[in-house]
Every structure is written in structure tokens, then in C-alpha cells.
Design a protein around this ligand. Structure first.
Ligand code: GLY
Ligand code: MN
Ligand code: MN
Length: 444
């Protein structure tokens, strides 16, 4: 990831200012970077920064920690944002790549002070003493959990003679994650790019898919479109033909595509940390069969009805209620369920064919942070939230008691939607989803 531009630095700085304000002078926030993960022997998976850390720092190195200490001063200078990094190391940089080091943390990334990570442990007692709350998500970084709790214990032991020990650890949900949930203009620019390129990748998959092609070949086509746009998959791509579409988290992508089958693709590219999340389901041979069309139209109607609910002030539970209702009515109309839709939903019978939720927040994480409920009640939508809308129907090949022409049909349609005062904005509209549009794209 390139060194941030001045405009990007200003954005990261504004985010930090909001966090510092939210945690207040009695708090301190400690946010570790992601760790490098071994893939096999001495090879690592490609490094992906921790989303919270990235959101606040724009710093893409492992073995780093950011500390946010409101109102802290050092030598008369403001010293609220401390970045602890790997040391500069000529030999290691020749082998493994550039390091900013503590100096770069200040000059390139806007930290008030930079240190090497080794210094953090000895600095912790003075950083924590006198702060009431430590904003830190316990349970994700066991090494630092132990160091922080030990440090708090030590401060407590000497507190009769000195400053009070912090009284609580607070997860970052109520501050940082609420902040991350409402996207800034700069974030929306990145999300729009991720969505546009990902939609183009789905279109490309439609154009190249033929009977006899392999799922992994289609996946490669999609990933090529991501990579030529400076992106990578934001999560494991699902490319499932025929019955494989009925496996919700199918990830083998190893089968050959057959004429007459549907292909379900759930794939989204990540740009500068922000991912899209798109699903399209289209016929391998270019034309939907009668039964496929019937099920598809039900899912599409449910998706459109759910998208219409993404407006400020509307309960965030509405899209799922509306989608579930439309799908269940459709299942009854198709003879796949029998009875009164209200009763069927109340007794969860629709879950045989629709067993997942209708959407989730989207951003730096594909299942992005932010609460869905307060006091057990669904929160209302606000402008600036981005959510997926992804109803589906899955009629497993071994389902008993249904018309055999529906067996093995798995359909999901997923778009990414910005909630705005002007109404729902579908950011992934570049990927066709109406039957006529999909078939036209596959012909052309
Ligand atoms: N691709 C993950 C999801 O749709 O939730
Ligand atoms: Mn999704
Ligand atoms: Mn998805």
C-alpha cells in the first residue's frame, strides 16, 4: 500500500480526532496491527492489515501498535497519537521490504510520536496510569491481553501511593465501530470503485462462461479483473455450478460446468481495504430454463422489495422481513411450500429454502462492524451506511416432496447499497440481474 497522500493523511487524522473525542480524557485506546500468518513452512499468507488499525493509521505494516491517549503531552508538545513500529533494519529491508520505522511513523504517517514496538512494554505503566478506561478489544491478541492485564494489576498494587489503576476494559464496538459504520465521502469513493470493478468482473464472468468450462477458470477470470485494477478478492470467492450453488459456503471451485445448470458466483474485490460483495446466478448455457426462471423471478422480486426499504429512519430489520415475506409467498405460488405465508414464516418453514439473513453492513470487513440492535431492538437506518441485500432460495437436490424440476436450483442475488437521503443507491448495478439483461450480456 503506498504512503498516504496529504488528502489521505487528513482523512486518517480526522478519524483519530473523532476517536480521541469519543474516548475522552479518562480513556486510552490501544489498537494492535494484524499479525503475519504462516501459510506453510517459511512462507506467509499475503499480509492484510487489521481493519480497525488501518482505519485509524493508514499504516500497512505488521508488528505495530497504535496508542491514542487524549490530552497527553510530552515535553510540552501534544503527544496523543503514538505509533509503535518495527525498527528500521537494513538487512531485513533488503530481504523483506521497506519499513517506515519510528521516524517514518511521524514524518510519513502523522503520528505525534514514533517508537519501536519493544519500547511499549516499558512505557505502558506511565501511559495507563490515571486513565479510567482502556479501550481495547480483549481476546483477539492474547500476547497483548496478558501484558495489558499484568500492567493494570501492577498499577493497582501501587495505586495506594500513586495514580488510580484503570477500572475497565471496553471493546471498540461502542466508539470506533459506530464510527466505522457511517462511511465518509472518502470511504465511499473507495467503496464505489470496489463495487464498480467487482460488477465488471461479474459481467466478464457471464461473458466467458460456457458449458465445459471449469469453476476455477471462471474464478480466475474474476480475479484477473480485480488484479488489473489494483484489487484482490475481499473474501473467498464462491463459484458454484449446478448443485454446488446449494452449498452456501462452497469454496472448492473445482467442478466442470454443465449445460442446463445455473452458476452462482459470490465474489467481491477489495480496493484499499474496502470490499464489494456481489452475487449473481446465471445459466451456464446462456438461457434460464422454465423452472430456473420461476425461482429466479421470486428471488429478484424479494431483492428489489428489500432494497426499497433501505432508507434513513426505516428499521434495519425491514429488508429481511420484506424479503422473507416475498420469498415465502413465492414458494407457496410455486408449490414448494403449502399453507398461509404468515403461518409458514411464524413456524420457520421457509428456512428449508431460505436459511440465511438478507444482508449485513459492508466496508473494510465484508461482514463489517457496527451494531444491528440496541436494547434488543433493531436500529433504524442512517444515511452513510452501506449494506448488502442478498436473498436467495436453495432447493437441495435431495429435497423430498417437491416437484423434481426444482431440485438442485440454488439462486442468490446480492447487491451493495448505500443508504442516503436521496433513496437507496445500488453501487453494484453494473452487474446485470434482470433475466433479459443477463441473457443479453451472455449472448454479447
Ligand atoms: N460473501 C459473503 C456474504 O455474502 O455474506
Ligand atoms: Mn454478503
Ligand atoms: Mn456475498
Amino acid at each position: 500500500m503506498p504512503i498516504p497522500t496529504p488528502a489521505e493523511l487528513a482523512e486518517f487524522s480526522a478519524r483519530r480526532a473523532r476517536l480521541l473525542k469519543a474516548i475522552g480524557p479518562e480513556g486510552i485506546a490501544i489498537v494492535p496491527a494484524a499479525r503475519e500468518v504462516i501459510r506453510n513452512r517459511d512462507s506467509h499468507y499475503k499480509f492484510r492489515q487489521d481493519s480497525d488499525f488501518w482505519y485509524l493509521t493508514g499504516f500497512n505494516e505488521p508488528e505495530s501498535i497504535a496508542v491514542f491517549a487524549p490530552n497527553r503531552r510530552d515535553g510540552g508538545q501534544p503527544a496523543e497519537y503514538l505509533l509503535f513500529t518495527r525498527p528500521r533494519d537494513k538487512a531485513r529491508e533488503i530481504w523483506d521490504g521497506r519499513r517506515a520505522g519510528p521516524e517514518g511513523a511521524v514524518s510519513q504517517y502523522g503520528a505525534d510520536q514514533g517508537f519501536v514496538l519493544e519500547q511499549l512494554e516499558s512505557m505502558l505503566p506511565r501511559l495507563l496510569a490515571g486513565r479510567q478506561q482502556i479501550h481495547y478489544t480483549l481476546g483477539e491478541h492474547p500476547h497483548w491481553d496478558a501484558k495489558l492485564t499484568a500492567c493494570v494489576r501492577e498499577i493497582r498494587e501501587v495505586s495506594r501511593r500513586g495514580p488510580d489503576a484503570p477500572g475497565s476494559f471496553i471493546a471498540l464496538d461502542s466508539t470506533l465501530h459506530e464510527q466505522r459504520l457511517i462511511k465518509s465521502a472518502a470511504e465511499l469513493e473507495l467503496i464505489r470503485k470496489a463495487c464498480e470493478v467487482s460488477a465488471a468482473a461479474h459481467l466478464r464472468a457471464m461473458k466467458m462462461t460456457r458449458p465445459g468450462a471449469w469453476e476455477w477458470q471462471v474464478a480466475a477470470e474474476i480475479h484477473h479483473e480485480f488484479e488489473r485494477n489494483e484489487m484482490e478478492p475481499g473474501y473467498g470467492s464462491i463459484v458454484g455450478g449446478g448443485d454446488n450453488a446449494c452449498i452456501l459456503h462452497y469454496k472448492e471451485n473445482e467442478s466442470r460446468l454443465r449445460d442446463g445448470d445455473l452458476l452462482l458466483i459470490d465474489a467481491g474485490g477489495e480496493y484499499r481495504g474496502y470490499t464489494a460483495d456481489i452475487t449473481r446466478t446465471f445459466p451456464v448455457g446462456g438461457r434460464y430454463s422454465g423452472a430456473q426462471k420461476e425461482v429466479y423471478e421470486v428471488v429478484l422480486a424479494a431483492q428489489r422489495a428489500a432494497i426499497a426499504e433501505l432508507k434513513p429512519g426505516v428499521s434495519s430489520a425491514r429488508p429481511h422481513e420484506v424479503a422473507t415475506r416475498t420469498l415465502t409467498e413465492g414458494l407457496v405460488a410455486l408449490g414448494l411450500l403449502h399453507g398461509d405465508p404468515t403461518e409458514l414464516i411464524a413456524t420457520d418453514q421457509h428456512r428449508q429454502f431460505y436459511m440465511h439473513g438478507t444482508g449485513h453492513w459492508l466496508g473494510l470487513d465484508v461482514h463489517d462492524v457496527g451494531r444491528y440492535k440496541f436494547d434488543g431492538k433493531p436500529r433504524p437506518f442512517q444515511a452513510g451506511m452501506v449494506m448488502t441485500v442478498e436473498p436467495g432460495l436453495y432447493i437441495a437436490p435431495d429435497t423430498e416432496g417437491v416437484d423434481p424440476r426444482f431440485l438442485g436450483i440454488g439462486i442468490r442475488i446480492e447487491d451493495d447499497v448505500l443508504i442516503s437521503d436521496e433513496g437507496p443507491q445500488v453501487l453494484t448495478a453494473g452487474a446485470p440481474k434482470a433475466i433479459a439483461d443477463v441473457e443479453a450480456a451472455m449472448r454479447g
